[in-house]
Design a protein around this ligand. Structure first.
Ligand SMILES: [Zn+2]
Ligand SMILES: [Zn+2]
Length: 122
């Protein structure tokens, strides 16, 4: 177990995600997704990584069209970590969209990086 530099204890480190910061411009949907490794003892943030999500909605935009976000769901992904396989951390997102013309749809995406590539915060 790693030692937390804040509380100096050997503690489990959990990875959490923050709510995606979604932006919509025309048909393009972008989101900032931040994953953070947190000490479970003192709650301090130990390392982070920020993903830039970008997708085009599969919708032919008319002059009056305006997309809005209805909802979004993020799931953390955590794989590997076995002896010969790097641990990979990432996310899986789906963003539900509604257009002013009545069209509904979603954009989805996923991305991950090696756990060791997180930026240290302390
Ligand atoms: Zn701590
Ligand atoms: Zn539309």
């Amino acid at each position: 177990m790693p030692r937390c530099p804040e509380c100096n204890k050997f503690v489990p480190i959990e990875v959490e995600n923050e709510d995606a910061d979604v932006n919509i411009n025309g048909a393009s949907v972008t989101a900032e997704i931040r994953l953070v490794k947190k000490c479970q003892e003192c709650d301090c943030e130990l390392a982070e990584t920020v993903f830039e999500f970008a997708e085009e909605a599969d919708h032919v935009m008319g002059d009056e069209c305006e997309l809005e976000e209805v909802d979004n769901g993020i799931e953390l992904t955590d794989s590997g970590g076995a002896r010969y396989k790097k641990r990979m951390l990432g996310y899986n997102i789906s963003i539900q969209l509604l257009c002013s013309c009545g069209w509904t749809g979603e954009v989805t995406g996923e991305e991950s990086i090696a756990a060791s590539y997180f930026d240290e915060l302390v």
